[in-house]
Design a protein around this ligand. Sequence first.
Ligand SMILES: Cc1cc2nc3c(=O)[nH]c(=O)nc-3n(C[C@H](O)[C@H](O)[C@H](O)COP(=O)(O)OP(=O)(O)OC[C@H]3O[C@@H](n4cnc5c(N)ncnc54)[C@H](O)[C@@H]3O)c2cc1C
Ligand SMILES: *[C@@H]1O[C@H](CO)[C@@H](O)[C@H](O)[C@H]1NC(C)=O
Ligand SMILES: *[C@@H]1O[C@H](CO)[C@@H](O)[C@H](O)[C@H]1NC(C)=O
Ligand SMILES: *[C@@H]1O[C@H](CO)[C@@H](O)[C@H](O)[C@H]1NC(C)=O
Ligand SMILES: *[C@@H]1O[C@H](CO)[C@@H](O)[C@H](O)[C@H]1NC(C)=O
Ligand SMILES: *[C@@H]1O[C@H](CO)[C@@H](O)[C@H](O)[C@H]1NC(C)=O
Ligand SMILES: *[C@@H]1O[C@H](CO)[C@@H](O)[C@H](O)[C@H]1NC(C)=O
Length: 605
Amino acid sequence: MRSLLLPLFALTAAAVEQASNTYDYIVVGSGPGGGPLACNLARAGYSTLLIEAGKDDGDNPEVADLANFNAAANDPNMRWDFFVKHSEDPARELKFQHMVWRKRDGTFYVGLDPPAGATQLGIWYPRTGTLGGCAMHNGGVCALPADSDWNIVVNKTGDTSWEASKMRKYLIKLEKNTDAPAGSDHGVSGWVEISQSYGAVPAQGSDGWNIDTQLAIATGQNASNLASLVRRDILAGGPDKDQQTGFFAMSGHVDKTGKRTGPRWYIRSTLNDPAKYPLTLSLNTFVTRVLFSNDTANPAAIGVEYMQGANLYSASPRYKNGTKGNLTQVFARKEVIVSGGAFNSPQLLKLSGIGPKAELAKFDIPLVKDLPGVGENMADNYEAGILTLANRDLGDTGGYVVIMLNTSKTTHDRNIYAFCGSFSFEGFWPGYPTDYGPSQYECALVHMGPRSQAGYVRLRSADPQDVPDINFRFFESNGDEDLTEILDAVKTIRKGIRAVTGDVAPFDEQHPCAGTGAECTDEAQKDFIKTQAYSHHPTSSCAIGADSDPMAVLDSKFRVRGVRNLRVVDASAFPVVPGAFPVLPTMMLSEKASEDILADAKASS
Ligand SMILES: Cc1cc2nc3c(=O)[nH]c(=O)nc-3n(C[C@H](O)[C@H](O)[C@H](O)COP(=O)(O)OP(=O)(O)OC[C@H]3O[C@@H](n4cnc5c(N)ncnc54)[C@H](O)[C@@H]3O)c2cc1C
Ligand SMILES: *[C@@H]1O[C@H](CO)[C@@H](O)[C@H](O)[C@H]1NC(C)=O
Ligand SMILES: *[C@@H]1O[C@H](CO)[C@@H](O)[C@H](O)[C@H]1NC(C)=O
Ligand SMILES: *[C@@H]1O[C@H](CO)[C@@H](O)[C@H](O)[C@H]1NC(C)=O
Ligand SMILES: *[C@@H]1O[C@H](CO)[C@@H](O)[C@H](O)[C@H]1NC(C)=O
Ligand SMILES: *[C@@H]1O[C@H](CO)[C@@H](O)[C@H](O)[C@H]1NC(C)=O
Ligand SMILES: *[C@@H]1O[C@H](CO)[C@@H](O)[C@H](O)[C@H]1NC(C)=O
């Protein structure tokens, strides 16, 4: 018999009101979804408990200096290791060049030729359990979704508050944009500083300048205007923003001195504010399930159960098998909001009895609500790159430029976000990335609008400390169209790189078409991209959907369907992948959820 039975609470509403361990709201997870929401609820005067599994790593220089983000994602003191699959085909999985294995001595082997006795773990997918969530180890890159990514919620649910024209106000509310062109449609006094202080504009005549000139020509731009093209604002509004292609400056959640900004700092400033907002932060606290009233016909979330202690989730490399914390319960007068991220929110819902009936039955988890969409419908941006080595060391950073491309034959909007410079980025594995030295030059590609959303997060056991079974099932449907779009972007960029002259050329391409000036078939290149694609932006595993859609997990107000007083507010709520980079859209979604939840609170008081 499982020890974690559905609680038969004899608590009446009045008893809950009086308990000292009771708050108006409980928010689980302090990332870009949950962090700003908890702050906003507390700032509106509601007592709010923000629970975070990790500690506060804000002063760690790997975190604080955005340029160190690769070190932050590798840091065993804060990372959560997930090992995922990209397909159901074991042979295809084995072609992934950075497959991770556990050697007999307990250390990792990464590659195609594991030593005898090694156990295959899967494709490493870093996340982090820390105050501020993955905004503490991410690349900090900020971009907006296409208007259609918001409007699709209107289409699905009829809720016109999601119209793209109404979403920009959340960007304006949250951002303190320190590079906004004067008079532009930006926020300058919000809680998160956003700047373009990512990589300098290359000096005229430098290697970066010369490469960018050829990339500009290859992408149909007027290279005479390079200096202004590389400064264009990627976060600008306007009716044709999603159709604009060409160069842009990279924007990030980073200040002018290169220090990371994000939800963690909003949480700290809310806690430290002299106004003494009723926000309580509980770090090193791992939530094991949501508690429900015993009103089985119409269950309401009434609180959560947690274990206190560091590294209690087995995704942490510091986790020690067998460590248990005491289970403690805490209650919410109004609502529980789950913001554990695209892997943990569906896992937590399932552990709490909300999910596909058969899956829960398999693990003897008492059913609260049969919701077959929990943990399904997951998607991610496909990522690839064209990695080269220049003929000599690059004399500067090679510049750092964003190129938006349209390689889609079916959609009207631009579909590729590329970023180019002297770096190498070939996906994720413990110890990533490979340093090819000062001649390395890459254009990394983020594909938008994947046609397949077949990924899943499913339980492996009813043990909350266990990690779930995660499979992205990349390219499952209409995969060839997406692969062609990525390949066409590679070809365009390759044309620019091959046109560079001088002693810095030729560039020796490492992949997807190895060699200097080599010819490769489309099939060979697509096969490389298909087997080596990577990703780090999971969304849509607890998606908002229509009343009539049995796979919908949330309604348009983030409410979990079929139960009361429970919402999910994080990247799992998006019905489709929001553009090329989800962190800014998730912060906007958190602002919208704050408004929706506060409106409900006002209506019920
Ligand atoms: C290496 C890497 C680089 C990235 N780079 C970029 C980038 O440059 N630009 C971009 O837009 N996006 C990037 N992303 C993605 C982006 O950071 C995420 O989309 C975003 O952080 C999602 O926010 P979230 O609130 O949904 O979840 P998360 O950020 O994952 O936050 C969830 C929080 O919940 C906590 N939690 C989970 N379960 C529990 C539990 N049971 N009890 C208590 N607490 C719990 C976690 O500890 C975590 O703090 C990157 C991601 C990674 C991994
Ligand atoms: C829980 O169940 C008991 C017994 O069935 C009932 O008396 C009580 O009112 C219920 N409590 C709540 C909070 O629904
Ligand atoms: C919404 O529906 C309308 C009418 O069917 C359609 O023209 C439009 O493309 C849809 N928009 C999105 C974002 O799905
Ligand atoms: C390119 O830009 C320059 C400088 O703005 C301008 O003089 C020139 O006419 C442009 N060329 C084309 C083909 O548009
Ligand atoms: C992208 O290309 C397609 C096909 O050539 C075209 O129909 C579409 O309008 C283009 N979109 C943009 C933004 O240029
Ligand atoms: C759990 O609770 C027991 C009894 O209150 C206490 O003795 C023990 O130290 C607690 N363990 C932890 C890990 O907090
Ligand atoms: C802990 O160890 C046991 C026994 O080896 C194993 O069955 C279980 O899966 C482990 N749990 C976790 C969360 O790693």
